[in-house]
Design a protein around this ligand. Sequence first.
Ligand SMILES: Cc1cc2nc3c(=O)[nH]c(=O)nc-3n(C[C@H](O)[C@H](O)[C@H](O)COP(=O)(O)O)c2cc1C
Length: 224
Amino acid sequence: MQSLDEIDRLASVRRSVRAFKPDPVPQDIIKRVLDITLATPSNCNVQPWHIHIVSGDALQRLSKAMLEQARAGLTPDHDIPEAGPYPGRFRERQIDAAKRLFAATGVAREDIAARTASILRNYVFFDAPHLALFCVPDWAGERELADCGQAMQSLMFALTAAGLGSCPQGAAGGYAATTHRILGIPADQRILAGISFGYADPDHPSAGVKPPRASVEEMVDFHE
Ligand SMILES: Cc1cc2nc3c(=O)[nH]c(=O)nc-3n(C[C@H](O)[C@H](O)[C@H](O)COP(=O)(O)O)c2cc1C
């Protein structure tokens, strides 16, 4: 059984990694973290997720096709539409997180080219050697999306415990029609998001970025 301190350490060590080393992760480790991921609970135990692990040539092909569309200025077509624009304090948090990343990586506010290049790094999956694409069945509702989100968190914790880095990427679900075609993902699976993973590059300037979280006092009401 994990101690609270260990879980605490896992939660604080995990961060969104936006620079990876090229080394592939051994297959037995990938299999182990996936076994852990699949222990995730879900409504009525229906397990409404399907995971595609994309590596090697397939990842290169996917990246190339996404980059082409992004560079051409095409709007990403998501199977599951993005929310937004975010209102009020949610927007403030979004801006704060982006500012921290741009400041750490030396991207000036007015440097549109550098900002675009930073965003385009989503489509090379931050140079990660692997991408886990999370899909839900086409009948899935909001509860099943929540279940799938939990499975994503399980994978990220398992990867962290294995000494690996990860980045959850809504952007990996953009250009969904292309992804369905390239990977042969059937139409009855809807792409929710991806998690790029591999060995983190600890020397990259983005490595120190960890946006703060709101406190228990702000986020939680206790009723007795
Ligand atoms: C579902 C989901 C989608 C995300 N999509 C992206 C993305 O497309 N690109 C990106 O750079 N970060 C993405 N993030 C990472 C968030 O920006 C990050 O989790 C947040 O800023 C908190 O930072 P931390 O993960 O380092 O604690 C996503 C996170 C989640 C949970």
